[in-house]
Design a protein around this ligand. Sequence first.
Ligand SMILES: Cc1cc2nc3c(=O)[nH]c(=O)nc-3n(C[C@H](O)[C@H](O)[C@H](O)COP(=O)(O)O)c2cc1C
Ligand code: SF4
Length: 486
Amino acid sequence: MWRPPERVRWEPDPGEWPTAEAAGASMLFSPVTVGPMELEQRTWVPAMVPWRATAEGFVTPEVLDWYGRFADGRPGAIVVEATGVRDIPSGPLLRIGDDRFIPGLEELAATVRERSGGHTRVLIQLIDFLAIRRRPDPDKYFARFLEITGEHREKLGGGPGEGLSDDQIREKLAAMEDGELDAVLSPRELESLRMGYRERVTDTHLPHIRELPEVLPDIFAAAAVRAEKAGFDGVELHYAHAYTMASFLSALNDRDDGYGGPVENRVRLPLEVYQAVRAAVGGDCAVGCRYLSDDIVDGGNTVDDACHIGARLAGAGMDFLSLSRGGRFEDAKQPAVGAAAYPYTGPSGYECMPQYYSDDRGPFGRNVEPAARIRKAVHDAGHRTPVVVTGGMHGFEQAENVLSRGSADIVGFARQALADPDWFLKVRTGRGAEAIVCEYTNYCEALDQKHVPVTCKLWDRVEMDESGILKTPDGKRRLTAPKWAR
Ligand SMILES: Cc1cc2nc3c(=O)[nH]c(=O)nc-3n(C[C@H](O)[C@H](O)[C@H](O)COP(=O)(O)O)c2cc1C
Ligand code: SF4
């Protein structure tokens, strides 16, 4: 993962822990209304993919164990990981693109309800993503994948109808030094060679990309109806990071069909998806989205764009706006041959999941100031839509300050909840001193990058003889945090 060159090493600083009485009187542990949902407290576990679904996208006992463990700590809400809205293979990621996924998801929602004693609301994040391929072996790329064009022929010296055959061009290209290829291949061909082929929402020459605005509203709406049938309290439309909907919102989207260019056009499909979802689900189902306070890539959305977008989404009636930042493909590191690019490996990835080696600003609360600006823009536009802010939150005072200063309405704790799912219960009951604080090492994120089961370094090798615990296939790591001995 990319890290700021300053390499300033930061330690988490949770500050003072409140007594049970002080926690009870705090904003953090006060209720909040989120559309049709009432959260008991303003704490939120944002979506985190743990790589525990079956290869076909079904819920497993490991998935139930993972969410059940978060539910033990009784946060205000848990958002289940990014779940694919289409009925297409996507590896061990949860899917919701067909009714056959409903029974497993039903069990999942019921597990959260039961293990939290009914105290935690449960939502599911709905995602669409475009195709991405692994970085190819250059020989294979030139022999099989590259489509030979007149431009290659021209640049390599053969005129139309004469000179080099396709096979000769392939051979010539394969024999060239990497640097020489810059003069022959187009930027997209170079990207396919060096990073792996990746579709973009702007590839409107491809019929299935051109028609995204026609098909996505119904696909998301059908997925949301399934979520509602499975018993979820709400859905979070994934409009963040490197995926389809965030790419429509991004200033890099220059589609010329009314869905790209000016921000008013870029927000059009996200609004249409939202409206289709809203029309399809009942009034008891919360519908909100997660989107970026800042794309953190050249030419992408800035906080100003995000302010405008937030006001539009709130104006359309969204029940909440959950803010993340960065996590884009545009600045991702070059993957090894045979691996796919990962959108959390560049500076934008750092902003999404900042780790302990940082710059002078440190890794904690980098999203708070942008969130405050976006919330203000939403309020200035006359809306009171709750804003969720996430990123480096681990202390009670830190979270309470965010709320009392009006920077956000709800605080998201992702890695902190992974490090200690009981953080919420411990702090609420005056036992914050027993909380295990996240060290922001990003050991968990490295596992995510490898697409292997995500665990936390603070607990995945302790109490390994505890009876009945689930472990990784090699038996070396436990899959959920040990029980809190109260
Ligand atoms: C292992 C892992 C998986 C994640 N998966 C998702 C995801 O499915 N959807 C999403 O919007 N964010 C995802 N995130 C980002 C987190 O929700 C969160 O925004 C980020 O970790 C920063 O918050 P934190 O500092 O509280 O961890 C993931 C983060 C981690 C560490
Ligand atoms: S592995 Fe654990 S301590 Fe390290 S960043 Fe992840 S949650 Fe925090």
